[in-house]
Design a protein around this ligand. Structure first.
Ligand SMILES: Nc1ncnc2c1ncn2[C@@H]1O[C@H](COP(=O)(O)OP(=O)(O)OP(=O)(O)O)[C@@H](O)[C@H]1O
Length: 741
């Protein structure tokens, strides 16, 4: 969308009365008609009339009611009055079809008389379309020139350089939606990541600027980045997800209530009210639909009112109607002067016409087109490439980018060139090879229009620069070095702690898990039913149970804790990239939020086993045994966390953990009484060893100082060792985590 009314400096709200008061010819709607194209705002008015899109612009409904008839009439007049302009119109919503011969207008549309008040669905009268994030935000224009990106893949003997992107130029202004299109593997996601500041290393070439300044960390809080896979907690509801994002991301100056209200506003704006109490879900848990999940991901990002919004294939896997809703949503967001950049795989014709600008990438990350989406077909036609049959423009462009030229007419010089070089160039049915076509398109883009594009990119950015200055928004904050956290450390900790408990309550209190613990406890209770320690043999028998308890409550937490960081890696990276919280706050919250839940199950376990098996029946012994088991769990959790954070891969982590845990168990003092000196250090590292000794002391310390060949002392050394393990393993886990986030 070209910037409407840029010189007027009016906000969209300010403009609305003008439009609706019938001054249609001077309205932004008409001012956006650029050459042969209809503006997005113009086409958006079609959407206004579609049922189901309600929102609230309280206080402005009177304008809307007054003007809607004129507005819609204006729209139809515009559409019918300009044949070429139809290419920009929201054709599908009116039932237009695109073909080589041009657009055809269905009879029922051409017969339309102007709309009357009665034609407007009720819900539109009530609320009209949602306005997005109308609070002023720093307008950012993004410009990139000659962007290149290489990766170096290291083999066993040599390393190889691979060019992912080469010579990419473009720009995008506030209020515009730029689509990145191209065949799979052409580098769309990579380009998006580069523009969004998500990729940074020395192999990046060219220049990427934000209001003519390079990327700085302070931009993080102004960028929303929606990844291709929705990174959301499956067990949180829609409302919880967006509210937690609001609490963590919105500035400290807002109260908790204000943040919650903002979350509720976003839920409403995104039309998620009906499913706000539904869990997000995943492949195991039934949750919201794919389209709703995508909207939640978008909501998570727009909650901060970002100036720049990046989206990686937001319509993938969605049906065409849902995909259309998502793209309309992006338009709504852009209209609030945000800069929106999205990759898109294979948009339908309807979707394609909704983008303002387009970048078409070819194989090897080469630029084939940058410009207005509505002018792409015209451009390719001007260089001699047109579809031979009726097809969706996006399909045609992707065919060209993929080298599929079966239904494409090509310029004569390309065919002639083949005749001259028939020895070297493969011909397919008299057509040039896809590689030649690709080269031709790249060269055409570079030589014929590359310079023009660069010039346009520069001129449009400077015009926005001018506007940005006019808007009186201080952009010095764009380049401040200091990070702005949305909450204090303590608040971050509290929010993350609460979120952790909510997300995992289902795991911990799943009936499966409780059944597992209760069943194990009952089996142990039955096997050691009312055991006593009257004889050394009985004592040896019961010591077996004590050792089992020490092993069981070490294995269990290690293998649970291993999953903690690898499972949340994507979420952690995403949230840290957005500077949502300090790593230390996340780490402490994440590791402590498991503790209450992890301590409840052993309590249930011990209550069953202790009394069934007839362990020492004094309240002091029970409490001490319980505390020792708790300490063992906390130490073992530390090891699990450290392994998970160091390896960050579940397969490798579980393999490593099983070896370590088995070694600790064998060195625990039950199986091998006299551990050889050269490996005796292993016993001191084993939490099983310390736990076993402590429980032996509590249970049988009153009988003898030597139990099962183990000399029992005060137990302080063992307690110290377990406490040290709990701390040291956690420090190791934190250090490992710093590498990845
Ligand atoms: N870290 C990496 N290591 C090796 N290859 C990489 C890396 N990152 C990207 N690539 C390669 O770069 C190319 C572009 O990847 P990218 O994900 O950007 O493509 P894409 O256009 O988004 O693909 P798709 O549409 O299938 O998602 C691919 O060939 C990919 O294999």
């Amino acid at each position: 969308m070209e910037k409407p009314n840029s010189s007027s400096g009016l906000t969209q709200y300010d403009q609305l009365p003008k439009i609706l008061d019938g001054d249609a010819n001077k309205s932004p709607l008409s001012s956006e008609v650029d050459g042969q194209t209809l503006s997005r705002k113009s086409s958006r008015n079609q959407v206004l009339a579609s049922p189901g899109r309600s929102g609230n612009i309280s206080g402005r409904n009177s304008y809307i009611k007054r003007g809607k008839s004129a507005q819609l009439k204006f729209e139809i007049d515009d559409v019918i009055g300009s044949g070429a302009a139809l290419s920009r119109a929201s054709s599908a919503s009116l039932g237009f079809s695109f073909s080589l011969a041009g657009f055809t207008i269905p009879d029922e549309i051409s017969d339309l008389s102007p709309f009357s008040e009665d034609d407007i669905p009720e819900d539109i009268e009530v609320g009209m379309r949602t306005k997005f994030q109308t609070e002023p935000t720093l307008q950012i224009y993004l410009k990139f020139t000659e962007v290149t990106y290489k990766i170096i893949t290291k083999g066993v003997t040599s390393s190889e350089e691979k060019v992912i992107l080469k010579g990419i130029n473009g720009s995008v202004n506030p209020g515009e939606v730029l689509a990145l299109m191209g065949p799979s593997g052409c580098g769309k996601t990579t380009l998006l990541g580069l523009l969004g500041g998500r990729l940074s290393d020395h192999t990046i070439g060219g220049s990427i600027t934000y209001n003519d300044q390079p990327y700085s960390k302070s931009l993080k809080s102004r960028i929303g980045f929606v990844t291709q896979d929705d990174v959301l907690f499956p067990h949180l509801t829609v409302k919880e997800t967006i509210t937690y994002a609001a609490l963590l991301k919105l500035p400290k100056t807002l109260t908790k209530q204000a943040k919650q209200k903002q979350a509720q506003d976003v839920i409403r704006e995104l039309g998620l009210e009906r499913c706000q109490d539904t869990m997000i879900g995943n492949s195991f848990v039934r949750g919201v639909s794919g389209g709703e999940r995508k909207r939640v991901s978008i909501g998570n990002e727009i909650i901060i009112n970002p100036s720049l919004l990046f989206l990686d294939e937001p319509t993938s896997g969605l049906d065409s109607t849902t995909a259309l809703r998502i793209i309309e949503l992006l338009q709504d967001i852009a209209e609030a002067e945000k800069t929106v950049i999205t990759t898109i795989h294979q948009p339908s014709s309807r979707l394609f016409h909704k983008f303002d600008k387009l970048i078409l990438l070819g194989r090897g990350g080469r630029l084939l087109y940058f410009g207005k989406a509505s002018e792409a077909m015209e451009y390719f036609s001007s260089i001699g490439c047109s579809p031979l049959i009726s097809m969706n423009p996006a399909e045609f462009l992707l065919d060209l980018a993929n080298g599929n030229i079966n239904d494409v007419s090509l310029p004569s010089q390309l065919t002639k060139q083949n005749h001259h070089h028939s020895q070297t160039i493969l011909l397919t049915n008299g057509k040039p090879s896809p590689t030649d076509v690709h080269e031709y398109l790249v060269e055409a883009c570079e030589t014929n229009v590359g310079e023009e594009m660069k010039r346009k990119a520069t001129s449009s950015s400077s015009s926005v620069d001018q506007e940005t200055k006019l808007s009186n928004i201080d952009d010095s904050c764009l380049h401040s070095v200091k990070r702005e956290w949305g909450a204090t450390w303590i608040e971050q900790f509290t929010i993350l702690f609460g979120r952790g408990i909510k997300e995992r309550r289902h795991d911990y209190f799943s009936w499966l898990r409780i059944t597992q613990i209760v069943a194990t406890a009952v089996i142990l209770g039955l096997l050691w039913w009312r055991s006593d320690v009257h004889t050394p043999k009985d004592l040896q028998n019961q010591a077996g149970l004590v050792f089992f308890i020490a092993v069981f409550w070490a294995f269990f937490p290690v293998f649970t804790a291993i999953f903690t960081f690898p499972q949340e890696r994507a979420m952690l990276k995403k949230e840290r990239a957005a500077d949502m919280y300090k790593l230390s706050a996340y780490f402490v919250a994440r590791t402590t939020s498991d503790i209450p839940l992890d301590l409840l199950l052993p309590l249930i376990f011990l209550l069953i086993v202790y009394f069934m098996a007839g362990l020492r029946l004094t309240s002091q012994s029970f409490v001490l045994t319980m505390l020792i088991v708790f300490l063992c769990i906390i130490a073992a959790q530390g090891l699990g966390l450290a392994i998970g954070a160091a390896v960050m891969d579940l397969n490798r982590a579980t393999t490593l953990a099983s070896v370590i845990v088995m070694a600790f168990m064998l060195a625990g003092g039950f199986f091998v009484k006299d551990v050889p000196v050269f490996i005796s250090w292993l016993s001191y590292l084993s939490f099983n060893y310390h736990t076993y000794r402590l429980v032996l002391k509590v249970q049988y310390g009153h009988i003898s100082n030597v139990i099962e060949g183990i000399k029992l002392d005060s137990g302080l050394k063992e307690v110290g060792a377990l406490v040290a393990m709990a701390i040291i393993y956690r420090i190791m886990a934190y250090m490992s985590l710093r590498r990845v986030a």
